[in-house]
Design a protein around this ligand. Sequence first.
Ligand SMILES: [Zn+2]
Length: 621
Amino acid sequence: MKNINFVITLLFFQVGLLSLTAQNQTNYWQQHVDYTMEVAMDVENYQYSGTQKLVYTNNSPESLNRVFYHLYFNAFQPGSEMDIRLQHIADPDDRMTTTEKASRIASLTESEMGYLHVTALTQDGAKVTFNEEGTVLVVDLAKPIPSGGKTTFEMSFNGQVPLQIRRSGRNSSEGVALSMSQWYPKLAEYDFEGWHADPYIAREFHGVWGDFDVKLTLDKTYTVGGTGYLQNPQEIGHGYEVPGSKVKKQKGKTLTWHFKAPMVHDFMWAADPEYLHDTLQVENGPMLHFLYKNNPSIIENWKKLQPKTAAAMQFFNKNVGPYPYEQYSVIHGGDGGMEYAMSTLITGERKFGSLVGVMAHEMAHSWFQHVLATNEAKHEWMDEGFTSFISNLCMNEIMDQNKDNPFLNSYKGYFNLALSGKEQPQTTHADRYALNYAYGISAYSKGSVFLAQLGYLIGQDKLMETLRKYYADFKFKHPVPNDIKRTAEKVSGMELDWYLTDWTQTTNTIDYGIKEVVADAETTKITLERIGLMPMPQDVLVVYNDDTQETFYAPLRMMRGEKENPYGQIKRTVLPDWPWAYPTYEFKINKPLSSIKAIVLDPSQLMADVNKENNVWQAQE
Ligand SMILES: [Zn+2]
């Protein structure tokens, strides 16, 4: 018996060791935060102060002896990195400059600028050393946080809300008093790549997942909306109370709003004394909240927006995956449109189509940013691009646009950039593009084309299946480029490493053409050519004089797979693979040249071929 026990113990020991090794190699981990904040806002001078208790769990395999906080509001000061960058970039953001193209940050006075300062900070009761470096607070810990350990930071902070320059701020151009995003000392994310304590220069964000408990005290005439479920609606009212119920009257000039938000990586709020507040319950979905200025010229649009918002929610639920929170708020504020946890801030004085468009885009970010929390500074194309892709599809359906190719503008933008000589690879950090133009097209348009073109490679059904699996597998995590590629590979059974590499890490372009079409007795010989460096499989449509059609498919050898016939009603012939290095490729059609009217490469136009002129061959009249 003894011997057998020994063998069993040994076996268990070995199994234990094996699983440990496997964990170190493959196991995903992420840090965790639990914030408790109490903040008081003075709506006269826009100054606020508060306390923050942060319980930080170090799930990384390393011990940490430093942490970093973002102090975003310090960007809105003359001489900040954001200000200097604005003064030196060739195409500054219009919202941030005067009509003479001067930095609006440079001219902010003491009482107009933003700031956020930490005045006291302890770790488990012991003082720590901390130093403000622009928009980042560097903290040398009193004692290291071991792998798997927890520590509690407690701080006091005070801030001033800047005049609205970019995203957040006071007194927006449309008169919203407080757009409070990136307003609190926010712990920087530490992940498998190390710290991401990026200075706030332009864009964008990456945060730690966790639970928020926030109490906001401000003038009782203000209505507040944002991230989180209100815990004390019967004390607050303002449209949050149970309909028809009585609200407990509070003494004094202020109200304290208590919000809780589970598993988010950001916390935004907005407030205005003139907000109207409507709600709409989505069937089998969350409660929608709409907060918008009581401005007669916008009210009708904001009422019509509400059923469209419910329709968009249902579209994304069906096509990507279920929205995991019980609430979503569309809030008038900010300087355009920006996504936040369980909410968005959008400008509201828009034409109806534009209002629905910005809502659909920002709401789509609930999936592609606030649940699939990609590092936006490093992988901007996965954030803005995927959002643009799915919101274009959504708009096509909920606004009955019926476009054949809802991504046409994304393709046009990409072609424009690719041929401009200004393109930088999508791996560029979002702050390090030479031009805002190059960032915008690369992130939004080329990022959207990444998915639309993936549909060309693996087929539309497999593309949508990929998105749903990607969401199911990576929700509440920080997915990276390899994750979407591996998901598409698993769904399609094809090899796509070349696609991720060429499209996102280089500026290689796609250019295929029809080189020659010649008669060969009663058959026709077609020669295709690859001119650009980037590989692609080829769909070839042949139209005959009697208007019958057939297609030929030349798979790319390195994909090791073939998509299903995308034109099911048209006969397709699968040709031998085209190995990339061969600049030309020949195949034969068993019909005479005289019977052919036209030949077209990629009739779907989902392949981002930068030169379409050589994609069509037509018979001479
Ligand atoms: Zn966006």
